[in-house]
Write a protein that binds this ligand. Structure first.
Ligand code: MAN
Length: 579
């Protein structure tokens, strides 16, 4: 208000001094109609070569006689020689509006017989066509009254805005604190994950080293050779049995189909010998039955009487299953005391071999096993290096299916848990950092909009009730039933190229986009204009173009303090500019 009064006083003073200079006007100074006091020094004549007063167009393009300024004829391309007439279409006219605030209008509206409301002093109409009374006292009074009301509103809204700012700061500080905590957690989790990874690698490597060393011993080679021999004999035996069965089947067929009446003595002799081998008595046909029938009868007994064959095919005490389990045994396990047997056998063997020290992991919680194993390794290394012991049978706890030693599995589990934790902390941290970045881009210069997140305001506008949610969705809801229509969700702040985040103006407009697609048209969208008030309200919705909506929302969040950059701009804008 003080600023406004000063501005008005300054303008009034300008008007007075211009008037006084006008009263003493000479060829060198001339009160020029339509020129702002700030531009008065630009309208000073100079002398030309002939000593005549002349003037240069403001764009520097032409020298003209001083008398040609405001002579109702347009000389300068930029229209600067006719600030007080309507001769130049591109010129502007300044009305001082003493008692109110100055204004500028297009010079085409000068002396057009219409009193322009912007020029409350009536200075735009002076050729006698019409009389425009000076209304600036009244207009100025009303203007100042309105300005006071607005200022009071701004102050009241500003107090609420201060609370929003405090709330936003609290959120921001909480976010900062969470980030700081997560950063520490991330450090710990990273170190932990790296340590457990190392332990896993060591557990895997130590085991591998033990296995490698054992695989190179003569005992291992011998055991493997025995297993190879057993495997080879087992295969050969199986092949021979198969061949024997094939041959006996062939001979059975021959013995069955042989006809002794053919009197082939060689065949008869072979059949008789075969039957003897199979333990079948070869009797002479009785009571005139023919030889062929007798032979067939004998062979029919084969299946029951094949004692010899059964003996040959019998597997004995080393049956196929026993041999298979012998072959399946890992020589390394045999070296460790025959651990490939039943669980009970393992325990006995381990007990006999290593004792409690090597089985202590069975009594420890899973998480401790890797540490214990590492400690035992270190101790054994030291003992071997110090020549206290020469070798040791390290009983690695082994999973039941023999897949992976228990200590390696435990180390893997511990590492996998640490890696999962690390990734969770890292994700949490980046989410929080993203939110913090949003504070600056989304919630205003002082985080004042954070308090409004997810707050919704609505207004019944007759055919529809509209709802607007800060940083959420804008919705059109038909009052007579029907589906709700999305007009868009918050997309960005002021898109105007000249509106930058350091200005108040930037934070007074939002774009809501990607709403429900219009039939045969674009996706619905809305431009939201925010204005200062003491409460949050949806004031107006207007469908500016089909499916493009203009929404007016009142909120204390935009009751900016007067001393910000744009309040200066606002004061400057008080000079009416109707161009
Ligand atoms: C609905 C409303 C209107 C819109 C038309 C477009 O009736 O969303 O605002 O203009 O659809 O078809």
């Amino acid at each position: 208000m003080v600023r406004l009064n000063l501005a008005v006083a300054a303008l009034a003073a300008g008007a007075i001094s211009t008037a006084s200079s006008s009263s003493s006007s000479s060829s060198s100074t001339k009160q020029l109609r339509g020129v702002a006091p700030a531009d008065a020094q630009k309208y000073q004549p100079t002398s030309n070569a002939n000593g005549q007063p002349s003037w240069t167009c403001l764009d520097g393009s032409k020298h003209i006689a001083w008398s040609a300024v405001n002579d109702d004829y347009c000389d300068c391309p930029d229209g600067s020689d006719e600030p007080g007439t309507s001769a130049c279409p591109n010129a502007t006219f300044y009305c001082a509006n003493a008692g109110h605030i100055p204004a500028r209008i297009r010079s085409s509206r000068v002396d057009d017989g219409i009193c322009d409301p912007e020029c409350c002093d009536g200075s735009d109409e002076q050729d006698g066509k019409v009389h425009c009374p000076n209304r600036c006292d009244k207009v100025g009074r009303e203007y100042r009254k309105r300005a006071t009301e607005l200022e009071n509103l701004r102050r009241a809204g500003g107090k609420i805005r201060d609370k929003y700012i405090a709330d936003g700061r609290k959120h921001k500080e909480a976010l900062h604190a969470e980030i700081a905590k997560l950063e520490v957690e991330l450090d710990v989790a990273t170190t932990n994950e790296a340590r457990l990874k190392q332990e896993l690698v060591r557990a895997e490597t130590v085991d591998k080293a033990v296995i490698d060393a054992k695989s190179k011993t003569p005992l291992y080679a011998k055991l493997s050779a025995h297993q190879d021999a057993i495997r080879s004999l087992k295969d050969k035996n199986a092949a021979l049995k198969h061949e024997l069965q094939t041959l006996t089947l062939l001979l059975d067929d021959l013995a069955k189909g042989y006809n002794p009446n053919y009197q082939d003595m060689a065949v008869k002799g072979a059949v008789v010998a075969y039957k003897e081998w199979r333990g079948i008595k070869s009797e002479s046909p009785a009571d005139g039955a023919d030889d062929a029938a007798a032979a067939a009868d004998g062979v029919d007994q084969l299946a029951a009487d094949n004692v010899k064959l059964n003996e040959l095919l019998d597997e004995g005490s080393w049956d196929a299953d026993k041999l298979a389990s012998l072959l399946a045994e890992d020589p390394l396990d045999i070296m460790d005391g025959g651990l490939a047997g039943a669980a009970g056998d393992k325990r006995v063997a381990a007990e006999a071999d290593g004792g409690l020290l090597f089985r202590i992991h069975e009594y420890l919680p899973d998480g401790v096993v890797p540490y214990f194993e590492a400690m035992v390794d270190t101790l054994l290394d030291v003992l071997i290096k110090a020549n206290v012991i020469t070798d040791v049978k390290r009983m690695r706890p082994k999973a039941a299916d023999g897949a992976e030693p228990e200590n390696v599995a435990a180390a893997r589990r511990a590492h996998s848990e640490a890696a999962t934790h690390l990734s969770r902390v890292s994700n949490d941290l980046s989410t929080r950092r993203h939110k913090l970045h949003e504070f600056d881009t989304r919630y205003g210069r002082h985080a004042e909009f954070r308090a409004l997140e997810n707050q919704c305001v609505s207004q019944n506008m007759g055919e529809y009730t509209y709802e607007y949610c800060f940083f959420g969705r804008a919705t059109q809801m038909p009052n007579n039933g029907g589906a709700h229509i999305s007009l868009g969700t918050f997309a960005n702040w002021n898109p105007k190229a000249d509106a930058t985040p350091d200005s108040d103006e930037y934070w007074m407009q939002q774009v809501y986009a990607r709403g429900q697609r219009c039939w045969n048209g674009p996706e619905r969208s809305a431009i939201v204009d925010l204005e200062c008030a003491t409460s949050n309200e949806l004031r107006d919705v207007f469908e500016a173009e089909k499916c493009i909506y203009s929404i007016k929302v009142a909120t204390p969040a935009v009751c900016f303090a007067q001393n910000t950059s744009s309040s200066t701009a606002t004061a400057a804008a008080h000079e009416h500019n109707e161009l």
